[in-house]
Design a binder for this molecule. Structure first.
Ligand code: AP5
Ligand code: MG
Ligand code: ZN
Length: 213
């Protein structure tokens, strides 16, 4: 099963992808997490990606597409995967489509989580992320057991550099201009499933599992 997560920054793509990954034993592939791991390790890729991410802009397609295609070619992706944050514009979606087409394959479901812009800012300010394992928390909605520490791996939780209010606003603009057109793209392919992301996260998850079952 090959799944794409769509939705604005902070809509809950990562939160839901993580739960889907556990339930269906599929790898959760977040391009944002891959970039953040590279930033943390001080790689050239990380340095280049950071210059865009800190402004709330998309990392250029040449970089992003190569990384993603390398990742989905790995052994653990044979039975499928969940893409979180890719594709993020029409050219990325077309490359993915073409690559899958070569293998006689396709995307099974594009899960679109809808949350109005007004709710996003509050969510982002409260979000805390683990840079080691990618787990996501919220100081009010999903607090970790021990403040500032990841429940899963014990590493420190951080406020992401791109979660400052001004950067979040830029990310929302980029989302509306470049990523939202993917909703129609996948609707035309007949694989779009839309969910109300303002609901409780477990309710959203339950609705998603109903369509994936
Ligand atoms: P990326 O890491 O993908 O960030 P994003 O799309 O902006 O999305 P987020 O990770 O911020 O939000 P999310 O939807 O995963 O929400 P979450 O589950 O954490 O990308 C970062 C940057 O990398 C981009 O800006 C770009 O520069 C670059 N990049 C990445 N991919 C790229 C690509 N393909 N091409 C080019 N550039 C790329 O939830 C948010 C918060 O809300 C959490 O605190 C969570 O606990 C809470 N929450 C979740 N669900 C609920 C709920 N139902 N109710 C209440 N709270 C909830
Ligand atoms: Mg995320
Ligand atoms: Zn962790």
């Amino acid at each position: 099963m090959k799944i794409i997560m769509l939705g604005a920054p902070g809509a809950g793509k990562g939160t839901q992808a993580e739960m889907i990954s556990e339930k269906y034993h599929l790898p959760h592939i977040s391009t944002g997490d891959i970039f953040r791991a590279n930033i943390k390790n001080g790689t050239e890729l990380g340095k280049e990606a950071k210059s865009y991410m800190d402004k709330g802009l998309l990392v250029p397609d040449e970089l992003t597409v190569r990384i993603l295609l390398d990742r989905v070619a790995e052994e653990d992706c044979k039975e499928g995967y969940i893409l979180d944050g890719f594709p993020r514009n029409i050219p990325q979606a077309e490359v993915l489509d073409a690559e899958l087409g070569k293998l006689g394959d396709k995307i099974d479901a594009a899960i679109d989580i809808e949350v109005p812009d007004e709710n996003i800012i509050e969510r982002m300010m409260g979000r805390r992320a683990c840079t080691s394992c990618g787990a996501t928390y919220h100081i009010v909605n999903v607090p970790p057991k021990k403040e500032g520490t990841c429940d899963k791996c014990g590493d420190a939780l951080i406020l992401r550099d791109d979660d400052r209010e001004e950067t979040v606003r830029n990310r929302l603009n980029v989302y509306h201009e470049q990523t939202q057109p993917l909703i129609e793209f996948y609707q035309k392919k007949g694989v779009l499933k839309t969910f109300d992301g303002t609901k409780d996260m477990m309710d959203v998850f339950k609705e998603i599992t109903e369509i994936l079952a």
